[in-house]
Design a protein. Structure first.
Length: 459
């Protein structure tokens, strides 16, 4: 990248940060050189409007008490919001996904690990086969034929307990086939223990495999060394090749945790795509157990500039008919296209739970061993009282400043674990990124609308 391009990207990131500032909880304005667009927040619907309508909406949105008039105008223009009921707190939703912490231990010494070096702050332990199979029974306890569920494996490093992982997988696959249930599998691994046999097993069962790789070699090795201090990058890539070359049913992705030390996102993305990863995604580090390497106010515009550069490459490749699997923008464009209206960031504590090695249920894999996300256990079942309180308190309408933010239904309020631990230091970045994605959506939908109807291209 040239010096002038770096300056342009920095200026663009600053523009997007300003453009993302909340103006109204009802709408968000996207001025463009060739047209004007308005995002109606309820239902996340994007409309292209004429200059007169845009000016009228902008005027009401900027008024201190303009919401009633703006709401009336949107109705008059036929820019309806989401159907009623979308924002209700769910009552005892059925289980549709579980992540099993089959190994609460790890062989790496990552500088920022949310699981406190893999053991979640307690003694290192493996999940027993009995506990894993009991979790499988819970997963199938409320599912009907034709419905879809997911079984995930995390840690620590889940492949430390490979045998139990495989037993649970095979048992779940048998039940799914016998009952006509659509079952998917996933695993998040540090990649250090992957073998060719693992690749064959994951391919046979159609796993979505996510390998944690924090940038190119020097950056990764500084952030994710072995506990003895040696770098892990070379070994991970050597092992990953057992999987990358056999992706048919299996899909192998790279997940990059972004810190102030590995912000060369475009270079990382290009390198990992060239290696054959099915997709590559970036996630900023907002909370570390030891406070190290967390993103701060000084880093957000740099990250946004890098993300936009990756997004521009995505646009160039897509318009040239080439695949460029930048997961963050693909996911955002999908959500915008379908009119995502989600009052939570994910299914944590609702239809999705984490399961500890001892069989305790948590709101998600990040809350294993954390009383803030306790949800019962496999023996006594889901604690519906704890779940109801969680879903009520974590709803986007119960959160500040979310309830007045235009991005609330695209963002969902942010990762529960990160918000509880650190608050919301990334709101300006998130809004700037989503504003950019809305601009991209408007451009691409005008030029290649067929892409949005092709799930294989979008993946």
């Amino acid at each position: 990248m040239t010096a002038s391009e770096r300056v342009e990207n920095a200026e663009n990131a600053a523009r997007l940060s300003r453009a993302g500032n909340p103006l109204s909880p009802l709408v968000h304005l996207i001025p463009r050189p060739d047209a004007q667009s308005v995002l109606v927040v309820d239902g996340s619907k994007l409309f292209e409007v004429d200059s007169e309508t845009y000016t009228l909406i902008a005027g009401l949105a900027s008024m201190a008490n303009g919401e009633p008039a703006l709401d009336q105008l949107l109705g008059k223009l036929g820019l309806a919001g989401a159907p009623s009921g979308c924002d209700e707190v769910p009552l005892a939703p059925p289980v549709r996904a579980l992540s099993l912490a089959v190994a609460q231990k790890c062989n790496l010494g990552c500088s920022y690990c949310y699981a406190n070096q893999g053991d979640f702050g307690g003694p290192a332990k493996n999940m027993s086969a009995e506990t894993a199979l009991r979790a499988v029974d819970l997963l199938f306890s409320q599912v009907q034929s034709g419905e879809r569920i997911n079984l995930a494996f995390l840690g620590g490093e889940p492949l430390i307990n490979r045998e139990v992982l495989r037993q649970a997988t095979e048992r779940a696959a048998e039940i799914a086939e016998s009952r006509g249930v659509r079952l998917t599998f996933s695993i998040t691994t540090n990649g250090t223990l992957l073998t060719q046999d693992d690749g064959e097993f994951f391919e046979r069962h159609g796993f979505a495999v996510t390998i944690s790789l924090d940038g190119m070699q020097s950056a990764h090795d500084a952030l994710r060394p072995y506990k003895g201090g040696a770098g892990s990058f070379d070994g991970i890539l050597r092992n990953a090749r057992h999987l990358l070359g056999r992706q048919r049913r299996m899909q192998v992705s790279a997940r990059v945790t972004v810190t102030p030390t590995n912000l060369q996102l475009r270079d990382t993305l290009d390198e990992f795509i060239a290696l054959g990863f099915h997709s590559v995604g970036f996630s900023p580090l907002l909370n570390a157990v030891n406070g190290r390497n967390e993103m701060t106010a000084n880093h957000w515009e740099t990250m946004l500039a890098q993300m936009v550069e990756c997004g521009r490459q995505f646009e160039r490749h897509l318009l040239a008919g080439q695949r460029y699997p930048f997961a963050n923008i693909v996911t955002a464009l999908r959500e915008i296209h379908k009119g995502s209206h989600r009052p939570y960031p994910c299914g944590a504590g609702a239809s999705y739970f984490g399961v500890s090695a001892d069989g305790e249920l948590a709101a998600c894999h990040r809350f294993v061993g954390n009383s803030a996300g306790a949800m019962g256990n496999l023996v006594q079942g889901i604690d519906r009282q704890l779940q109801a309180r969680w879903l009520s308190e974590r709803h986007v309408h119960s959160q500040e400043p979310c309830r007045s933010c235009w991005a609330r239904y695209l963002c969902g309020g942010g990762c529960h674990h990160e918000v509880i631990q650190r608050g919301r230091p990334a709101c300006d970045y998130i809004r700037g990124w989503l504003h950019y994605c809305l601009e991209v959506y408007a451009r691409l939908y005008a030029q290649v609308p067929e892409w949005f109807g092709s799930s294989s291209d979008a993946e």
